[in-house]
Design a protein around this ligand. Structure first.
Ligand code: FES
Ligand code: FE2
Length: 388
């Protein structure tokens, strides 16, 4: 079926009262998936991992993001860097398992060695047996390819095309909104991590996170203390959308023990919490005592890996004393995210319905979702005609 996507995108770009949602093929079609990979992910600041993946100097962690082999490195100055995990000699994959490196990153094929800052340090026998240099091998020009990256809320953001303005410029509005949370974050290992593989397109996870409309039916437990009417929309066209709650209920342990708060928070955060989808693929939540960060890793048109990390406001909360409370907190979050699986997977299945037209938004309840669709459509349209 040949369709003009450009005219469909115009429908998505209408006001929320008039607009339809993105059509099925944005969730099922491989060509559109590839286009979106380029225009919505590689061209933007996408989340690929976490600083906590490489906590110590010399830690290296390989990861694959949309087929791209990446290498996360914590360098000598504690800076997180991301390199292409490909040797400059014959293109061998450099690191296949997470480890700590003392010294240099050594390619297992012919032993070219790279510093943690990516510089090529050694090229054994490159000029013949016993000769480690050759005039045509200019080491200064053969360092590892380094991507433009930025660490915020412990999420490693990457601009793969290298063409985006700085992260601080692009996301100034959210950085400013949450400036009070610009404090050290504490991750406590396995009891702070959740990983879920869901059978849906990555955009459905973004869409489900930014709206509160589904709470009464999908999260009856949450809804019992934080009701639909206690929520408000967060909308920043072109950047992010989400929801806030006026009734964040702090977790209580034995003797009413609570996790320690971030320092100097304003009154709003005593009972407030906010959940924001930061376009394209990072979902974030803030509370007085912990944060949530989710990186959505698109695996295929209908498969997504959700990496969910909990960070605590205080190092004390990450200590042994709080172990059972952290376990409880992880279980609470795990349950909430699991409750969402049947809806994101159900929406994916629903998109096989050939007469689905992209859907009709509630102008009041679905405006955060419309903000995301608008962002998708405007970025695709900007890049010209799309005929499939
Ligand atoms: S491919 Fe890496 S040293 Fe040859
Ligand atoms: Fe949900």
């Amino acid at each position: 079926m040949k369709q003009s996507s450009t005219s469909e995108l115009s429908e998505v770009l209408k006001s929320v009262n008039e607009a339809t949602g993105l059509s099925n093929k944005h969730y099922t079609n491989q060509k559109i998936f590839n286009l979106e990979k380029e225009h919505l992910l590689f061209n933007k600041w996408c989340g690929v991992g976490f600083g906590k993946d490489v906590p110590e100097i010399g830690d290296v962690a390989p990861l694959t993001f949309l087929d791209l082999p990446l290498l996360l490195v914590r360098d000598e100055k504690r800076k997180v860097r991301i390199f292409q995990n490909t040797c400059r000699h014959r293109g061998m994959i450099l690191i296949e398992k997470k480890c700590n490196i003392r010294g240099t990153i050594r390619c297992p094929y012919h032993s070219w060695c790279y510093e943690l800052n990516g510089e090529l340090r050694a090229t054994p026998h490159v000029g013949g047996p016993g000769k480690n240099i050759h005039k045509s091998i200019k080491r200064s020009q053969l360092g590892l390819y380094e991507f433009k990256s930025h660490l915020w809320h412990d999420v490693v953001f990457l601009n793969i095309s290298g063409e985006a303005p700085s992260f601080n410029k692009v996301h100034a509005k959210l950085i400013d909104r949450w400036i009070e949370f610009n404090q050290p974050l504490n991750h406590s290992g396995v009891d702070s991590s959740i990983e879920l593989e869901v059978n849906c397109n990555w955009k459905l996870a973004v869409e489900n996170f930014c709206e509160s409309y589904h709470l009464p039916w999908v999260h009856p437990g949450l809804n019992s203390y934080s009701k639909l009417e206690d929520h408000y929309h967060i909308e920043e066209k072109g950047h992010f959308s989400g929801q806030g709650s006026h009734f964040y209920n702090q977790l209580k342990g034995k003797n009413n023990m609570t996790f320690k708060d971030f320092e100097n928070l304003s009154e709003k955060w005593k009972t407030g919490a906010e959940y924001i989808s930061l376009f394209p693929n990072v979902l974030l939540g803030v509370h007085r005592d912990h944060t949530i960060a989710i990186v959505l890793q698109p695996l295929s048109t209908d498969k997504t890996l959700e990496r969910i990390e909990i960070h605590y406001a205080s190092s004390n909360s990450a200590s042994n004393k709080y172990k059972s409370m952290r376990k409880k907190n992880r279980t609470l979050w795990n349950d909430v995210f699991k409750e969402d699986i049947f809806v994101v997977e159900g929406m994916q299945k629903g998109r096989q319905g050939i007469f689905f037209d992209g859907g009709k938004f509630s102008p009041i309840m679905d405006s955060p979702t419309h903000i995301f669709h608008h962002w998708v459509a405007s970025n695709l349209k900007k890049n010209g005609e799309m005929e499939i």
